[in-house]
Design a protein around this ligand. Structure first.
Ligand SMILES: N[C@@H](CCC[C@H](N)C(=O)O)C(=O)O
Length: 362
């Protein structure tokens, strides 16, 4: 099904956004508004552009007493919110009334398309909790595959739930995911700290066919990509990650120089990774400051990967390259990651922001 238009409002840009067909004015307090207080404030320049026309509508948040777009329930339309965590962007769907995703994986692929759809790295569904949890999160990657977890996505999930439920201040939820129980906490400053649980290190559970050491872990192993040997460590955060700091014979990667589009797919589809893999290319800036670029399974090069940042910290500690609490710089910004010795859990802290709201045909 075709989609007429998709618009994003980067939060770092000025408050007025000029597009060829419409102007959208955003309130400065955009990140703190309530979904049930949203009303469009759109100036239509081109009379041929109909904001709520045949296929898609766009609303910029300003305070009002009218009903939210997300409160409307016309049949045939899918209402969504677009969020991002450090530029890793997602279409969030209120699926609290059902444990079946409101759209298929095929439709998710269409909606994630940056030219013919809304544009996103994935689609996330907010579903009823199971096993005593508050909510369940499911996600489709932009290629339609379903991963177990998403670190940036779960921060967006927490902010979206807070707005759907009109909750304020410091909040914490329990969320059932394919990676087990995950607990995000919305902090007073708007950032979200997530208890990401324990890393999985057993080769068969990651899964990887790379040779394991005596602890059954894959640390400082070697992976052959077209004759180049990459030193890799493998970690699962519920989803698989392959982390590399160097090629054989070199000291430290310079991540800005990598041709990610060429090498990323070769890691992702390597025969050593039966469930494919996410890959983090890491440069050590200091023992508490790491820089990474990521090639994601099912989404390609993204601006950030939360589970990847957690996995790479574990790899850096296991390889003796870093402390347990580090700042991780990603193309879209920074995350603070801690692998706590007392409980073996990983804690990720970072932002998540609403971008725009809209509706498309189901
Ligand atoms: N960007 C996400 C990870 C999303 C899932 C990943 N592509 C996979 O297939 O495992 C994150 O922030 O963790």
């Amino acid at each position: 099904m075709a989609i007429a238009a998709a618009i994003s409002l980067p939060l770092t840009s000025p408050t007025r956004h000029s597009l060829s067909s419409i102007n959208i004015v955003r309130t400065p307090s955009f990140s703190t508004f309530q979904l049930n207080l949203i009303k469009p404030k759109i100036t239509v320049k081109n009379p041929n552009f109909r904001v709520r026309a045949s296929s898609m509508s766009i609303e910029a948040p300003v305070q009002s007493s009218s009903a939210s777009l997300l409160d409307r329930r016309e049949s045939g339309f899918l209402h969504f919110a677009k969020y991002h965590g450090l530029g890793n962007d997602f279409i969030l769907i209120d699926n609290r009334d059902s444990s079946e995703p409101r759209i298929t994986s095929e439709r998710a692929v269409q909606l994630c398309d940056r030219n013919f759809g809304i544009g996103a790295d994935g689609v996330i569904f907010v579903m009823p909790g199971i096993n005593g949890t508050d909510y369940t999160m499911r996600i489709f990657n932009s290629d339609g595959s379903e991963p177990e977890m998403c670190g940036n996505g779960i921060r967006c999930f927490a902010k979206f739930v807070a707005q759907l439920e009109s909750l304020h201040g410091r909040l914490s939820f329990t969320i059932h995911t394919g990676a087990g129980l995950i607990v995000p906490e919305v902090l007073d400053d708007g950032n979200v700290r997530v208890d990401m649980g324990e890393p999985i290190l057993q080769a068969s559970d990651i899964p990887t066919r790379l040779p394991a050491n005596k602890d059954h872990c894959v640390v400082k192993s070697e992976l052959d990509i077209d004759g180049v040997i990459w030193n890799v460590t493998c970690v699962s955060m519920g989803n698989p990650h392959c982390i590399t700091f160097s090629t054989k014979g070199s000291q430290n990667l310079k991540v800005d120089e990598l041709k990610l589009d060429e090498i990323g797919p070769k890691f992702e589809h390597h025969e050593m990774f039966p469930a494919r893999t996410n890959t983090e290319f890491v440069q050590v800036l200091s023992r508490s400051h790491l820089k990474m670029r990521v090639w994601e399974r099912g989404a390609g090069a993204t601006l950030a990967c939360g589970t990847g940042a957690c996995a790479l910290l574990v790899a850096a500690v296991l390889e003796g390259r870093a402390e347990r609490n580090c700042r991780v710089d990603l193309p879209g910004g920074s995350l603070q990651i801690e692998w706590r010795e007392e409980d073996n859990h990983i804690y990720m802290t970072g932002p998540a922001e609403a971008v725009f709201f809209g509706s498309v045909p189901l």
